[in-house]
Design a protein around this ligand. Sequence first.
Ligand SMILES: Cc1ncc(COP(=O)(O)O)c(C=O)c1O
Length: 485
Amino acid sequence: MKKREYFPLISALEEIAGKNKIMMHMPGHKGGKGFSESFRDNLLRFDLTELPGLDNLHKPSGVIGRSMDACAKAFGAIKSFFLLNGSTSGIHAMLLSCFKKGDRVLVSRNCHYSVINGLILFEIEPVFVMPCYNEEWQLVIPAGAEEWEKALYNNPDVKGAIVTSPDYYGLCAPVSELAGMMHASGKLLLVDEAHGAHFAFSRKFPPTALSSGADMAVQSFHKTLPALTQAAVLHVGSTRVDIGTVQKAVSMLTTTSPSYMIMASIEYACGLVGTEGEKIYGHLLERLEIMKKELSAMDKLRLIPDELNGFERDPSRIVVNTANSDISGFDLARILSSEYGIYAEMADEYNVVFITTLSDGEGEISALQQSLKEIDRKIGRGKRGTRSEKIFYSGGCIMPDRWSYLQCSVNIPLIESEGYRSAGIVTPYPPGIPVLCPGETISKEHIGCLSRLYLAGADIHGLMGAGRAEDGGNLEDLLISVLPR
Ligand SMILES: Cc1ncc(COP(=O)(O)O)c(C=O)c1O
């Protein structure tokens, strides 16, 4: 092999990191801008092991224990656990510590696929609660309290519920109502708050899951706070949860060589927002307010409002909707990156999601503002077809056991798969909300939706056999794993 063939990843990272670009995506430290100079300079020197005085994450009784206690205090938790594998590991630890094999649990169907993986791993049976759909914005929105109440009434044997709040678009589920109804019948409420780690630090953000009564909540610090990728925290909010059991579950799912850099970055983020959050977020949100006012005059592009269908929305999550224009969300994200050097977090057929954090300054926000105004002037008006997510959440899911999930499937062309049951999780990534869960029957609408997403340029996990459409892949070659009939 030639020397450069050994370094494809580093070459790509050097190229991307070397670009003068605006990062409207995670991680929340935005290329280190959210770190102090001294923290940034020391980071590699902090990559140590369990030396004397540095404690042990699996048996914390020294500095790590004190750091986790300070974190718990800042977030109003009874106990907080540092996670080194993102919210994914916290979601798995919540499921493992709260439920037994065979337990039935209410699950918001628009959950992240790490929840589905956790259900398969620990053989927990989901009772899906379907999200709603907003026609005007062509956006999947959280299920309301009534939907959860109905699901609980029809399934009194469930042991608890797991809900996503906020979702990728910043929309918050009715957590406090949900906590009330779950606790009234002696059940647990777990919240995937991966996108809401910053909520605790300004009164201008929606209430946190813990302050709304959740028994546990998991947060990806790396998404919205200045912390390294994979940094996350699992909080215990009530005495209904046994802390010793959670500690064991977290330990089972965590490396025995935890990164001190990641742990230090969790502490850094917590210390920064804990001491200065109200002031810093006050400034950020004031600036975003000016941008929102200015952009409300756009003709075709629209900003998703900070409250939708009565659900609060994270005001720092900027979502631009293209439904009234002649371009898709994917097109808008491509135009922004290729012509303006602005990289969004995510695009779908009708929206582009931008993550703003305390690491963003005037330069980044005004560049986003100016470019959106300019693009709005250039694009045409148009009404495009309705997005089909509103019909494809069937809910008819028979979750396979772990072994069948891993072993028993055959691959067939996606376009010929109608009527089969999906063997795997099929999801555009991001956002990682499954179009198909294992055991769900594949409909014409699923095939139409997945085909459209593929042709529009989405990266779809769970389909194989063809490269990305933009690299010349053919829809006809796309394969999907199905359960044998
Ligand atoms: C709603 C939601 N939950 C959980 C996760 C998993 O988080 P992590 O990547 O920190 O493991 C994600 C990731 O994007 C997510 O969007």
